[in-house]
Write a new protein. Structure first.
Length: 129
């Protein structure tokens, strides 16, 4: 697998320097604000987060396959570097998944609160009739 897809890509492209943490946080914050926020319903935002979870779960599964491939090819001099790069991706996606779990819990709470307030408004509107 690494021989046919990963290594040619690594050999043919120059590695970009990693983003600085502040740059990464700015990009992430901008992305989150566009997809979530008070203008979107909790259900809509939950849909975005659930789509992200599905995509990243699939990538983590692919990473597991790659990890097995690296283990089988441990005799290659670059194997430790492959493992280092893979582990970076795993840790980053695991952090995304933890964020998603926390975010989904908050969104469920917001949806319940919104439904409770909406139900109370409907009841108040019918109180005089």
């Amino acid at each position: 697998m690494l021989q046919t897809c990963g290594l040619p890509v690594l050999r043919t492209r120059q590695l970009d320097p990693p983003l600085q943490l502040a740059d990464y946080l700015e990009v992430a914050n901008c992305s989150v604000r566009k997809q979530v926020g008070s203008n979107a319903s909790p259900q809509t935002t939950r849909g975005y987060v659930e789509q992200m979870v599905a995509r990243e779960k699939a990538v983590l599964e692919r990473f597991a396959l790659i990890e097995r491939e690296i283990t089988r090819n441990a005799n290659y001099p670059d194997a430790p570097h492959w493992q280092i790069a893979l582990r970076f991706g795993q840790i980053e996606l695991e952090a995304h998944m933890r964020w998603a779990e926390e975010t989904l819990a908050v969104l469920r709470k917001l949806a319940k609160e919104r439904d409770r307030v909406s139900g109370r408004r409907k009841d108040e509107g019918h109180a005089g009739k």
